[in-house]
Design a protein around this ligand. Sequence first.
Ligand SMILES: Cc1ncc(COP(=O)(O)O)c(C=O)c1O
Length: 488
Amino acid sequence: MEVVLLNNNNSSQKLLSKIATNDGHGENSPYFDGWKAYDSDPYHAESNPTGVIQMGLAENQLSFDLIHQWIQNHPEASICNPEGGLGNFKEIAIFQDYHGLPSFRRAIANFMSRVRGGRVKFDSDRIVMSGGATGAHETVAFCLANPGEAFLVPTPYYPGFDRDLKWRTGVQLLPVVCESSNNFKVTLKALEEAYENAQKSNIKVKGLLITNPSNPLGTFFDKETLKTLVTFINHKNIHLICDEIYAGTVTADDEFVSIAEVIEDHPTICDRNLIHIVYSLSKDMGFPGFRVGIVYSYNDTVVSIARKMSSFGLVSTQTQHMISAMLSDDRFVDGFIAESRKRLARRHDMFTRELSHVGIGSLESNAGLFFWMDLRRFLKEPTFDSEMEFWRIIISEIKLNVSPGSSFHCSEPGWFRVCFANMEDETVHVAVRRIQAFVLKNKLMEIKTKAKKQCWQKNLHLKLSSRRLEDIMSPHSPITSPMLRAQN
Ligand SMILES: Cc1ncc(COP(=O)(O)O)c(C=O)c1O
């Protein structure tokens, strides 16, 4: 029998499922295009100094020296050397229970509590593992909603949600529109509006999904707002999913409030069965490669079903073994989180301060691995087309991969997410120097255009005042920052 190989993409796609051939993975967006631009021309200080700098990746790489130290001091955490007890190797290799190692679940529950300042305790029997927060979100969506039903999500939100919650489940995400006029805070009015819009369109709302702290804003919810959200979902009898994967990146640690604290402190505020937390070690520990994700639900049925579903995304037992040892070392955990927070705060402050010296502002924030940069004044027009046009300039001329607000479903054009914890200090300096050069060039062009206009209108000599040029070029100029001067 002759086997016909189908090379043609279209005809081979006809043989596949709708899920396999639709665009639900969301990779056809500027968010991922920016990554591709970086991949094809990656910056390297020596081998490619004019390449694209990757600022679209929310990775926490600032504290790996502390991890290395711990690993060196704890050879027993590995199953691949004599200190780790090679005798354990077989036990670990054949373990396949979807409950996970009891020591792993205890260590995660303990870690979640310590990251939240010990203000709240977590029950290790409610810890369900999954392949990163990505898998955890999909599991929760499968547990809570049928195809066609929806979750409300405040904007701007993490673009991966469109893949994680929608693609394979058939669930919908509906925006709760938040705006810069109140620093993108979620209001009851916006929630009610989103809920009513869904009802008008005959879409059944099954829950509200929040990210606390927020990706991309780098802000977190205050207690009163969380209480408002909990009251809202309880009143509507819908679920609340809280993605808290950036809890350990909050630099004002004692101010962060987990949803767990709200329902502990106010036991009658809602039906606990409606509350579910998604967590992972990808951001707080900086381990996205380990794929340790967690569903923590207060609903017994969800815990039980999610555990069965976790068969599709278990964490390797070898990883569980190592993580159990590392995260049950309280001294290490407390020291790591405190130091990581300090380093993140320093990097965030240094970067945003340098940008403010060149006249670029950002939303005030103190969490996350990014900040929300305000480039509205650089757009030709306040439209998403102009945002894309400017984003292409940023990628191709300034050679920075920052992510445009439209890919986060932001309702206002001109905002961009800048990740700051996936690079060396020196790379940040290079990025700021490039932005400085761009702003300077723009200012000069602005002045030339204005001067030309004046010349036409009044038929006067083109007079570019030396005073204004001095303003731009002098070392006291706001566009020459102290850090850059120190560098030069
Ligand atoms: C808010 C949010 N949720 C989930 C994820 C996915 O995390 P993980 O690597 O644990 O799958 C990310 C990754 O950037 C994120 O920002």
